[in-house]
Design a binder for this molecule. Structure first.
Ligand code: BES
Ligand code: MN
Ligand code: ZN
Length: 493
């Protein structure tokens, strides 16, 4: 879709569809543009509202035709819910409902009077961004693995009507929103691809292509290079797989090279069967989503480069499969990580931390200002927080605050859990420096405490996105989270 901003007289605008917001109330309330149109249309809009066909409930919509004195072919009344409760989340629901209905009706273009629906803590730039993200997200479809013919998105041109004084800000928001939406789409596409197509080698190839397209420096370490780097933990996970592991590194420079970068590390486990500690068969297909963290790192680099952010950014994606095999890790095996710390593998299904710990050590060479790792790390995090919040863990309060604020502002929320040293004793091993599991209780926390051991040299945060990055069940698919959070965080740095 193409988005633009315009300042026009709505009454005489030749539009395929003009979209007007309606707040829910005893007497449903139009926004300023709506009142203006209603007066021009001899009170016909109000008359319809008074008949009770449309009460302004959030996401409800009603199409009107043949309004007198109005040039638009149709007017869509779009429910915004109650004015008091109107916020970013309501704006997203309304914009997403509008996108779906416009597209369903086969309309190619629409003009939206939605920016005037205001809410706290969001100027017109942010509101424009929110609308673009929500509309693009609503019309996302994954069809790459269907034989076709593929459905095309009908809706192609969306214009946000705004006051002249706000136009520059709105355009900025549209530009940002479109880049974020492309990032979310990229992350969803990679994650939705099945494990036989989206392999570590596939991701490495994609990184090289993206690097060329956006002028990033891309480096891919193969298993021989990892061996030279003594990445014994990462390599041990890959031993049970016929697909060679890759450590993918992407560098974006928006500032002089001397400036310390932010480093994002994303778990790129392209399929997690659990290894010898095999997972149960039910819903095991969903473990193709175990590379959602890695996908969000690809997306963050793409958005940073497209928006030419004034930061230095490094993305590191350790990528491997985790399968049972004669050569696979066995419970009780002890491996030595790149940092020299030995690890007793008590459960081969706790593999994410094994590939991440070496990537965290590798990150040291970039002298990072901050490192954020992103991983579908634990079922325990889903139990704790459900699908609404990503789990946030950090050894640095300032960094944690920045990430929490970015989550709140982008509507892609995180919630902090502790990594107190007192939890570390759950990871003690009789035979190695560290065990890879911490027992029954606090599983998301002990997983984070494991990573903490490898992140002592820089401010570090960990996002556990097991619950937020994808949805299961009949509508199963990737959500593209936490790309909006990451971009917001990077925009603010
Ligand atoms: N990839 C899984 C975590 C996961 C589970 C993500 C369900 C999304 C949905 C991870 O590798 C894993 O298997 N973790 C284990 C850890 C346990 C063995 C300590 C888990 O959560 O069960
Ligand atoms: Mn696992
Ligand atoms: Zn996993």
């Amino acid at each position: 879709m193409e988005f633009s901003a315009k300042t026009v007289e709505v009454v005489t605008l030749a539009s395929q569809c003009l979209v007007l917001g309606v707040f829910k109330a005893k007497k449903p309330e139009l926004t300023a543009a709506g009142e203006h149109l209603n007066r021009a249309a001899q009170n016909q809009i109000r008359a319809l509202l008074e008949r009770g066909d449309m009460d302004g409930g959030l996401g409800d919509a009603q199409l009107l035709y043949n309004l007198p004195e109005i040039k638009a072919e149709r007017v869509m009344l779009l429910g915004l819910g109650s004015k008091r409760d109107f916020n970013a989340s309501a704006m997203r629901s309304a914009a997403s409902a509008a996108a779906k209905l416009l597209n369903q009706r086969g309309l190619r273009a629409a003009d939206l009077c939605l920016l005037e629906a205001a809410y706290a803590q969001a100027d017109s730039r942010r509101r424009a961004r929110t609308i673009v993200e929500a509309m693009e997200n609503a019309l996302y479809r994954f069809q790459q693995t269907k034989s076709g013919p593929h459905q095309k998105t009908k809706l192609q041109r969306v214009t946000l009507l705004c006051e002249r004084a706000h136009r520059a800000k709105v355009q900025r928001g549209l530009h940002e929103g479109a880049a974020i939406a492309r990032g979310v789409t990229l992350a969803r596409d990679y994650a939705n691809l099945p494990g036989n197509l989206c392999t570590p080698s596939f991701l490495a190839g994609q990184a090289r292509r993206m690097g060329k397209r956006l002028g990033l420096k891309t480096t891919v370490l193969d298993e021989a290079a990892m061996k030279r780097g003594r990445m014994g933990a990462l390599l041990s996970v890959s031993r049970g797989s016929r697909e060679p592991a890759k450590l993918i590194v992407m560098e974006y420079h928006g500032k002089p090279r001397a400036e310390s970068p932010v480093v994002l590390v994303g778990k790129g486990l392209t399929f997690d069967a659990g290894g010898i500690s095999l997972k149960p068969a039910a819903a095991m297909d969903e473990m193709k989503y175990d590379m959602c963290g890695g996908a969000s790192v690809f997306a963050a680099l793409q958005v940073a480069a497209e928006l030419k952010l004034k930061i230095n950014l490094v993305g590191i994606v350790p990528s491997s499969e985790n399968l049972p095999d004669g050569a696979a890790n066995k419970p009780g095996d002890i491996v030595t990580s790149m940092s020299g710390v030995s690890i007793e593998i008590l459960n081969t299904d706790a593999e994410g931390r094994l590939i991440l710990c070496d990537a965290l050590t590798y990150a040291e060479r970039f002298k990072p200002a901050a490192v954020v790792d992103i991983a579908t790390l634990t079922g325990a995090c889903m139990v704790a927080l459900g699908d609404q919040a990503s789990g946030l863990f950090s050894n640095c309060d300032a960094l944690a605050e920045q990430l929490l604020a970015a989550g709140a502002a982008s509507g892609d929320r995180a919630w902090r859990l502790p990594v107190w040293d007192e939890y570390d004793k759950q990871l003690e091993s009789n035979f190695a420096d560290l065990a890879n599991i911490g027992g029954r209780y606090g599983g998301a926390i002990t997983a984070a405490c494991f990573l903490k051991q490898f992140a002592k040299k820089y401010p570090w945060a960990h996002l556990d996105i097991a619950g937020s990055a994808w949805v299961g069940g009949a509508k199963k698919g990737a959500t593209g989270r936490p790309v909006p959070l990451l971009v917001e965080f990077l925009l603010n740095r």
